[in-house]
Design a protein around this ligand. Sequence first.
Ligand SMILES: Cc1ncc(COP(=O)(O)O)c(C=O)c1O
Length: 402
Amino acid sequence: MTDTPTLAEVVDLGRGQIDVDAVLRQLVDRADTAAPTSIGFPGAVDLDHTEVMARLGRRLWNNIGDPATDPGGAAHTKALERAVIAWVAETLAMPADDRWGYVTTGGTEGNLAALHAAHRRHPRAVAYHSTAAHYSIPKILDILGVRRIPVHAHPDGELDYDHLAAQIRRRPTRAAIVVATAGTTMTEAVDDTDRIHAILAPHAPGGHLHVDAALSGVPLALDGRLRLDHTSGIDSIAISGHKFFGTPTPCGVVLIRAGIRTPGGHVTYTDTVDTTITGSRCGLAAALLWHAIATHGREGHRWRVSEARHLAGYAVDQLTAAGWPAWRHPHAFTVVLDTPPEQVRKKWLLATDGPMSHVICMPGVTKGQIDALVADIRAAAHPTPAASLPRPRLPVTPQAVR
Ligand SMILES: Cc1ncc(COP(=O)(O)O)c(C=O)c1O
Protein backbone atom coordinates (compact mmCIF):
# COMPACT_ATOMS: atom_id res chain seq x y z
CA MET A 1 0.00 0.00 0.00
CA THR A 2 1.48 3.38 -0.97
CA ASP A 3 1.02 6.40 1.28
CA THR A 4 -0.77 9.42 -0.20
CA PRO A 5 1.88 12.09 -0.83
CA THR A 6 1.78 15.02 1.57
CA LEU A 7 0.90 18.52 0.42
CA ALA A 8 4.54 19.58 0.85
CA GLU A 9 5.53 16.81 -1.56
CA VAL A 10 2.93 17.48 -4.24
CA VAL A 11 3.48 21.27 -4.36
CA ASP A 12 7.23 20.95 -5.00
CA LEU A 13 7.79 22.98 -8.21
CA GLY A 14 11.16 21.27 -8.71
CA ARG A 15 9.47 17.95 -9.51
CA GLY A 16 9.22 16.89 -13.12
CA GLN A 17 5.55 16.00 -13.23
CA ILE A 18 3.25 18.17 -11.13
CA ASP A 19 -0.32 17.00 -10.46
CA VAL A 20 -1.99 20.39 -10.22
CA ASP A 21 -5.40 18.85 -9.65
CA ALA A 22 -4.09 16.86 -6.67
CA VAL A 23 -2.65 20.01 -5.11
CA LEU A 24 -5.87 21.98 -5.40
CA ARG A 25 -7.92 18.99 -4.22
CA GLN A 26 -5.71 18.50 -1.15
CA LEU A 27 -5.92 22.16 -0.24
CA VAL A 28 -9.70 22.23 -0.43
CA ASP A 29 -10.15 18.83 1.26
CA ARG A 30 -7.91 19.81 4.16
CA ALA A 31 -9.75 23.09 4.71
CA ASP A 32 -13.18 21.44 4.34
CA THR A 33 -12.28 18.75 6.87
CA ALA A 34 -10.95 21.26 9.41
CA ALA A 35 -13.78 23.82 9.00
CA PRO A 36 -16.40 22.28 11.34
CA THR A 37 -13.98 22.36 14.28
CA SER A 38 -12.35 25.72 13.49
CA ILE A 39 -14.19 28.10 15.80
CA GLY A 40 -11.37 29.89 17.57
CA PHE A 41 -10.80 32.65 15.00
CA PRO A 42 -13.27 35.24 13.73
CA GLY A 43 -14.49 34.60 10.19
CA ALA A 44 -18.25 34.44 9.55
CA VAL A 45 -19.26 31.36 7.56
CA ASP A 46 -22.93 32.05 6.87
CA LEU A 47 -22.73 34.29 3.78
CA ASP A 48 -22.56 32.88 0.27
CA HIS A 49 -19.96 34.69 -1.84
CA THR A 50 -19.89 32.19 -4.70
CA GLU A 51 -21.80 34.36 -7.19
CA VAL A 52 -19.25 37.17 -6.97
CA MET A 53 -16.33 34.75 -7.09
CA ALA A 54 -17.80 32.94 -10.11
CA ARG A 55 -18.62 36.09 -12.07
CA LEU A 56 -15.72 38.33 -11.15
CA GLY A 57 -13.01 35.85 -10.17
CA ARG A 58 -11.58 35.42 -13.66
CA ARG A 59 -9.94 38.78 -14.16
CA LEU A 60 -7.90 41.37 -12.33
CA TRP A 61 -9.99 44.13 -10.74
CA ASN A 62 -7.55 46.79 -9.67
CA ASN A 63 -8.84 49.75 -7.63
CA ILE A 64 -5.52 51.55 -7.86
CA GLY A 65 -5.26 54.87 -6.00
CA ASP A 66 -7.84 56.97 -4.21
CA PRO A 67 -11.38 55.56 -4.32
CA ALA A 68 -12.70 58.86 -5.69
CA THR A 69 -10.46 58.81 -8.76
CA ASP A 70 -11.24 56.18 -11.41
CA PRO A 71 -8.27 54.81 -13.32
CA GLY A 72 -8.49 54.38 -17.09
CA GLY A 73 -10.25 51.32 -18.48
CA ALA A 74 -13.11 49.50 -16.81
CA ALA A 75 -11.43 46.71 -14.84
CA HIS A 76 -12.04 48.25 -11.43
CA THR A 77 -14.88 48.30 -8.89
CA LYS A 78 -14.48 51.82 -7.52
CA ALA A 79 -18.20 52.60 -7.80
CA LEU A 80 -18.88 49.63 -5.51
CA GLU A 81 -16.03 50.63 -3.20
CA ARG A 82 -17.51 54.12 -2.80
CA ALA A 83 -20.90 52.57 -2.02
CA VAL A 84 -19.33 50.31 0.65
CA ILE A 85 -17.51 53.24 2.25
CA ALA A 86 -20.72 55.33 2.27
CA TRP A 87 -22.72 52.46 3.84
CA VAL A 88 -20.19 51.78 6.59
CA ALA A 89 -19.77 55.51 7.29
CA GLU A 90 -23.54 56.03 7.48
CA THR A 91 -23.93 53.01 9.75
CA LEU A 92 -21.36 54.69 12.01
CA ALA A 93 -23.28 58.02 11.83
CA MET A 94 -20.22 59.71 10.35
CA PRO A 95 -21.13 63.12 8.88
CA ALA A 96 -21.28 63.03 5.05
CA ASP A 97 -19.19 66.19 4.75
CA ASP A 98 -16.41 64.99 7.03
CA ARG A 99 -15.38 61.51 6.01
CA TRP A 100 -12.95 59.76 3.76
CA GLY A 101 -11.96 56.13 3.49
CA TYR A 102 -11.18 53.14 1.35
CA VAL A 103 -11.26 49.35 1.20
CA THR A 104 -8.02 47.99 2.66
CA THR A 105 -6.28 44.63 2.79
CA GLY A 106 -7.54 44.21 6.38
CA GLY A 107 -7.61 45.70 9.85
CA THR A 108 -3.85 46.09 9.97
CA GLU A 109 -3.65 48.28 6.87
CA GLY A 110 -6.57 50.34 8.22
CA ASN A 111 -4.67 50.91 11.47
CA LEU A 112 -1.58 51.89 9.47
CA ALA A 113 -3.45 54.35 7.23
CA ALA A 114 -5.20 55.97 10.21
CA LEU A 115 -2.11 56.18 12.42
CA HIS A 116 -0.11 57.54 9.50
CA ALA A 117 -2.68 60.34 9.17
CA ALA A 118 -2.56 60.92 12.95
CA HIS A 119 1.24 61.14 12.88
CA ARG A 120 1.19 63.63 9.98
CA ARG A 121 -1.27 65.71 11.94
CA HIS A 122 0.76 65.61 15.16
CA PRO A 123 4.39 64.81 14.28
CA ARG A 124 5.57 65.20 17.90
CA ALA A 125 2.75 63.22 19.44
CA VAL A 126 3.18 60.32 21.82
CA ALA A 127 0.89 57.33 21.21
CA TYR A 128 -0.98 55.48 23.97
CA HIS A 129 -2.43 52.00 23.50
CA SER A 130 -3.63 49.40 25.94
CA THR A 131 -1.70 46.25 26.67
CA ALA A 132 -4.69 44.39 25.20
CA ALA A 133 -4.32 46.20 21.84
CA HIS A 134 -3.69 44.06 18.76
CA TYR A 135 -0.06 43.32 17.98
CA SER A 136 -0.31 45.41 14.81
CA ILE A 137 -0.56 48.62 16.85
CA PRO A 138 2.93 48.65 18.45
CA LYS A 139 4.36 47.35 15.17
CA ILE A 140 2.79 50.20 13.17
CA LEU A 141 3.86 52.84 15.70
CA ASP A 142 7.42 51.48 15.49
CA ILE A 143 7.31 51.64 11.68
CA LEU A 144 6.09 55.24 11.85
CA GLY A 145 8.71 56.11 14.47
CA VAL A 146 6.11 57.24 17.00
CA ARG A 147 6.98 56.95 20.67
CA ARG A 148 4.49 54.63 22.31
CA ILE A 149 3.33 54.15 25.88
CA PRO A 150 1.49 50.96 26.85
CA VAL A 151 -1.47 51.59 29.15
CA HIS A 152 -2.80 48.97 31.60
CA ALA A 153 -5.79 46.90 30.62
CA HIS A 154 -8.15 45.34 33.17
CA PRO A 155 -8.24 41.53 33.29
CA ASP A 156 -11.39 41.55 31.14
CA GLY A 157 -9.48 43.39 28.39
CA GLU A 158 -10.84 46.94 28.82
CA LEU A 159 -8.47 49.90 28.99
CA ASP A 160 -7.65 51.38 32.41
CA TYR A 161 -8.83 54.99 31.93
CA ASP A 162 -7.21 56.28 35.13
CA HIS A 163 -3.85 54.97 33.98
CA LEU A 164 -4.37 56.53 30.53
CA ALA A 165 -5.22 59.92 32.08
CA ALA A 166 -2.18 59.76 34.36
CA GLN A 167 0.12 58.86 31.46
CA ILE A 168 -1.17 61.71 29.29
CA ARG A 169 -0.85 64.16 32.23
CA ARG A 170 2.80 63.18 32.58
CA ARG A 171 3.47 64.63 29.10
CA PRO A 172 1.55 67.94 29.17
CA THR A 173 3.39 69.45 26.19
CA ARG A 174 3.03 66.52 23.79
CA ALA A 175 -0.01 65.82 21.63
CA ALA A 176 -1.57 62.42 22.35
CA ILE A 177 -2.56 59.76 19.83
CA VAL A 178 -4.82 57.31 21.66
CA VAL A 179 -5.70 53.92 20.20
CA ALA A 180 -8.93 52.47 21.58
CA THR A 181 -10.07 48.96 20.72
CA ALA A 182 -13.64 47.95 19.90
CA GLY A 183 -13.37 44.20 20.29
CA THR A 184 -10.01 43.19 21.75
CA THR A 185 -8.48 40.11 20.20
CA MET A 186 -8.73 37.77 23.21
CA THR A 187 -11.85 38.91 25.11
CA GLU A 188 -13.69 41.25 22.67
CA ALA A 189 -13.61 44.07 25.23
CA VAL A 190 -14.78 47.47 24.01
CA ASP A 191 -12.96 50.54 25.25
CA ASP A 192 -15.24 53.45 26.20
CA THR A 193 -14.48 56.15 23.63
CA ASP A 194 -16.62 58.72 25.50
CA ARG A 195 -14.35 58.37 28.53
CA ILE A 196 -11.23 58.55 26.36
CA HIS A 197 -12.60 61.63 24.57
CA ALA A 198 -13.27 63.27 27.95
CA ILE A 199 -9.62 62.66 28.90
CA LEU A 200 -8.29 63.90 25.55
CA ALA A 201 -10.52 66.96 25.05
CA PRO A 202 -8.87 69.24 27.68
CA HIS A 203 -5.36 68.14 26.66
CA ALA A 204 -3.98 71.43 25.32
CA PRO A 205 -1.46 70.16 22.71
CA GLY A 206 -4.31 68.25 21.03
CA GLY A 207 -4.69 64.67 20.03
CA HIS A 208 -6.13 62.00 17.82
CA LEU A 209 -8.49 59.20 18.85
CA HIS A 210 -8.29 56.13 16.66
CA VAL A 211 -10.52 53.07 17.14
CA ASP A 212 -9.25 49.65 16.12
CA ALA A 213 -12.63 48.00 15.52
CA ALA A 214 -11.42 45.04 13.47
CA LEU A 215 -14.02 42.60 14.76
CA SER A 216 -16.76 44.61 16.42
CA GLY A 217 -16.94 47.77 14.29
CA VAL A 218 -19.92 46.82 12.13
CA PRO A 219 -21.88 44.91 14.83
CA LEU A 220 -21.56 47.78 17.34
CA ALA A 221 -22.39 50.35 14.66
CA LEU A 222 -25.53 48.37 13.79
CA ASP A 223 -26.46 48.53 17.50
CA GLY A 224 -25.97 52.31 17.47
CA ARG A 225 -23.33 51.83 20.20
CA LEU A 226 -20.34 52.89 18.10
CA ARG A 227 -20.88 56.28 16.51
CA LEU A 228 -18.48 58.62 14.77
CA ASP A 229 -20.75 61.65 14.85
CA HIS A 230 -19.33 65.13 15.50
CA THR A 231 -19.61 64.78 19.28
CA SER A 232 -17.81 61.43 19.50
CA GLY A 233 -14.29 62.83 19.32
CA ILE A 234 -13.27 59.81 17.23
CA ASP A 235 -10.98 60.74 14.34
CA SER A 236 -10.50 57.41 12.58
CA ILE A 237 -11.56 53.78 12.62
CA ALA A 238 -10.29 50.55 11.10
CA ILE A 239 -12.49 47.49 10.48
CA SER A 240 -11.72 44.04 9.08
CA GLY A 241 -14.01 42.91 6.24
CA HIS A 242 -13.32 39.19 6.31
CA LYS A 243 -14.32 38.86 9.97
CA PHE A 244 -18.00 39.92 10.18
CA PHE A 245 -18.69 39.63 6.43
CA GLY A 246 -16.63 36.44 6.03
CA THR A 247 -15.32 37.40 2.61
CA PRO A 248 -13.15 34.76 0.93
CA THR A 249 -10.27 37.21 0.73
CA PRO A 250 -8.85 39.28 3.62
CA CYS A 251 -10.01 42.90 3.41
CA GLY A 252 -11.19 45.81 5.53
CA VAL A 253 -12.40 49.39 5.63
CA VAL A 254 -10.68 52.46 7.03
CA LEU A 255 -12.50 55.74 7.69
CA ILE A 256 -10.79 58.99 8.61
CA ARG A 257 -12.17 62.48 9.09
CA ALA A 258 -11.85 64.28 5.75
CA GLY A 259 -9.93 67.22 7.20
CA ILE A 260 -7.07 65.07 8.45
CA ARG A 261 -6.70 62.52 5.68
CA THR A 262 -3.35 62.13 3.98
CA PRO A 263 -3.56 64.41 0.89
CA GLY A 264 -1.57 62.36 -1.67
CA GLY A 265 -0.25 63.53 -5.01
CA HIS A 266 -1.59 63.03 -8.52
CA VAL A 267 0.07 60.13 -10.31
CA THR A 268 0.31 60.99 -13.99
CA TYR A 269 0.63 57.56 -15.54
CA THR A 270 -2.32 56.02 -13.64
CA ASP A 271 -4.29 59.29 -13.55
CA THR A 272 -5.27 58.62 -9.93
CA VAL A 273 -4.48 60.27 -6.60
CA ASP A 274 -2.09 58.42 -4.29
CA THR A 275 -3.84 58.60 -0.90
CA THR A 276 -3.84 54.91 -0.02
CA ILE A 277 -1.14 52.80 1.65
CA THR A 278 -0.85 50.35 -1.24
CA GLY A 279 -0.96 51.44 -4.88
CA SER A 280 -2.76 48.56 -6.59
CA ARG A 281 -5.74 47.48 -4.50
CA CYS A 282 -8.08 44.48 -4.64
CA GLY A 283 -11.24 45.45 -6.50
CA LEU A 284 -12.65 41.96 -5.91
CA ALA A 285 -12.65 42.61 -2.14
CA ALA A 286 -14.72 45.78 -2.63
CA ALA A 287 -17.18 43.83 -4.80
CA LEU A 288 -17.46 41.05 -2.20
CA LEU A 289 -18.20 43.57 0.56
CA TRP A 290 -20.69 45.40 -1.65
CA HIS A 291 -22.49 42.14 -2.47
CA ALA A 292 -22.62 41.06 1.20
CA ILE A 293 -24.15 44.42 2.14
CA ALA A 294 -26.50 44.67 -0.86
CA THR A 295 -27.96 41.19 -0.38
CA HIS A 296 -28.68 41.54 3.36
CA GLY A 297 -29.06 45.22 4.20
CA ARG A 298 -28.86 46.66 7.69
CA GLU A 299 -31.74 44.58 9.05
CA GLY A 300 -30.28 41.36 7.66
CA HIS A 301 -26.94 42.08 9.25
CA ARG A 302 -28.58 43.06 12.56
CA TRP A 303 -30.29 39.68 12.56
CA ARG A 304 -26.93 37.96 11.98
CA VAL A 305 -25.45 39.85 14.93
CA SER A 306 -28.33 38.89 17.19
CA GLU A 307 -28.19 35.19 16.24
CA ALA A 308 -24.45 35.06 16.85
CA ARG A 309 -24.79 36.71 20.29
CA HIS A 310 -27.54 34.25 21.20
CA LEU A 311 -25.27 31.39 20.34
CA ALA A 312 -22.43 32.91 22.38
CA GLY A 313 -24.82 33.13 25.36
CA TYR A 314 -25.79 29.51 24.79
CA ALA A 315 -22.10 28.49 24.71
CA VAL A 316 -21.46 30.21 28.08
CA ASP A 317 -24.51 28.46 29.56
CA GLN A 318 -23.47 25.03 28.26
CA LEU A 319 -19.85 25.34 29.35
CA THR A 320 -20.89 26.59 32.78
CA ALA A 321 -23.42 23.77 33.13
CA ALA A 322 -20.60 21.35 32.31
CA GLY A 323 -18.60 22.86 35.18
CA TRP A 324 -16.13 24.57 32.85
CA PRO A 325 -15.50 28.26 33.70
CA ALA A 326 -16.60 30.54 30.84
CA TRP A 327 -17.81 34.11 30.39
CA ARG A 328 -18.38 36.77 27.77
CA HIS A 329 -18.96 40.49 27.50
CA PRO A 330 -22.69 41.13 26.91
CA HIS A 331 -22.20 42.37 23.32
CA ALA A 332 -19.62 39.75 22.38
CA PHE A 333 -19.43 36.83 19.96
CA THR A 334 -16.33 35.75 21.88
CA VAL A 335 -16.63 33.23 24.70
CA VAL A 336 -13.65 33.17 27.05
CA LEU A 337 -12.97 29.89 28.81
CA ASP A 338 -10.35 28.23 30.93
CA THR A 339 -7.89 26.61 28.57
CA PRO A 340 -9.00 23.02 27.95
CA PRO A 341 -6.62 20.07 27.55
CA GLU A 342 -4.37 20.22 24.52
CA GLN A 343 -6.24 17.70 22.36
CA VAL A 344 -9.44 19.77 22.66
CA ARG A 345 -7.61 23.04 22.08
CA LYS A 346 -5.95 21.72 18.92
CA LYS A 347 -9.04 20.00 17.52
CA TRP A 348 -11.20 23.12 17.90
CA LEU A 349 -8.43 25.55 16.88
CA LEU A 350 -8.98 27.52 20.08
CA ALA A 351 -7.06 30.78 20.37
CA THR A 352 -5.10 30.41 23.59
CA ASP A 353 -3.13 32.77 25.80
CA GLY A 354 -1.88 30.79 28.81
CA PRO A 355 -4.79 29.89 31.09
CA MET A 356 -7.31 31.69 28.85
CA SER A 357 -8.74 30.44 25.55
CA HIS A 358 -11.64 31.56 23.43
CA VAL A 359 -14.13 30.39 20.87
CA ILE A 360 -15.84 32.95 18.66
CA CYS A 361 -19.49 32.38 17.78
CA MET A 362 -19.31 34.14 14.44
CA PRO A 363 -22.44 34.11 12.26
CA GLY A 364 -22.74 30.61 10.82
CA VAL A 365 -21.34 28.74 13.84
CA THR A 366 -24.01 26.29 15.03
CA LYS A 367 -25.42 24.93 18.29
CA GLY A 368 -24.26 21.50 17.12
CA GLN A 369 -20.65 22.70 17.04
CA ILE A 370 -20.94 24.17 20.54
CA ASP A 371 -22.55 20.97 21.87
CA ALA A 372 -19.74 18.89 20.34
CA LEU A 373 -17.06 21.16 21.83
CA VAL A 374 -18.66 20.95 25.28
CA ALA A 375 -18.91 17.16 24.96
CA ASP A 376 -15.21 16.99 24.08
CA ILE A 377 -14.31 19.16 27.08
CA ARG A 378 -16.43 17.00 29.38
CA ALA A 379 -14.79 13.86 28.03
CA ALA A 380 -11.22 15.13 28.07
CA ALA A 381 -10.97 16.42 31.59
CA HIS A 382 -12.70 16.40 34.88
CA PRO A 383 -14.08 19.93 35.17
CA THR A 384 -12.27 22.07 37.71
CA PRO A 385 -13.91 24.93 39.53
CA ALA A 386 -10.65 26.84 39.03
CA ALA A 387 -10.77 30.53 39.65
CA SER A 388 -7.78 31.01 37.38
CA LEU A 389 -9.59 33.06 34.74
CA PRO A 390 -9.87 36.82 34.94
CA ARG A 391 -13.52 37.66 35.41
CA PRO A 392 -15.33 40.79 34.23
CA ARG A 393 -15.55 43.38 36.98
CA LEU A 394 -19.33 43.31 36.73
CA PRO A 395 -21.16 40.02 36.58
CA VAL A 396 -22.01 39.27 32.96
CA THR A 397 -25.44 37.88 32.32
CA PRO A 398 -25.57 36.43 28.84
CA GLN A 399 -29.35 36.79 28.93
CA ALA A 400 -28.93 40.56 28.96
CA VAL A 401 -28.44 40.64 25.22
CA ARG A 402 -31.05 38.10 24.25
C1 LIG B 1 -8.32 44.04 17.52
C2 LIG B 1 -7.70 43.64 16.21
N1 LIG B 1 -7.12 44.58 15.46
C3 LIG B 1 -6.55 44.30 14.27
C4 LIG B 1 -6.55 43.01 13.79
C5 LIG B 1 -5.87 42.74 12.50
O1 LIG B 1 -6.80 42.57 11.51
P1 LIG B 1 -6.38 41.92 10.11
O2 LIG B 1 -6.00 40.51 10.41
O3 LIG B 1 -7.62 42.10 9.30
O4 LIG B 1 -5.23 42.70 9.57
C6 LIG B 1 -7.15 41.99 14.54
C7 LIG B 1 -7.16 40.62 14.04
O5 LIG B 1 -7.48 39.67 14.67
C8 LIG B 1 -7.73 42.31 15.78
O6 LIG B 1 -8.29 41.37 16.57
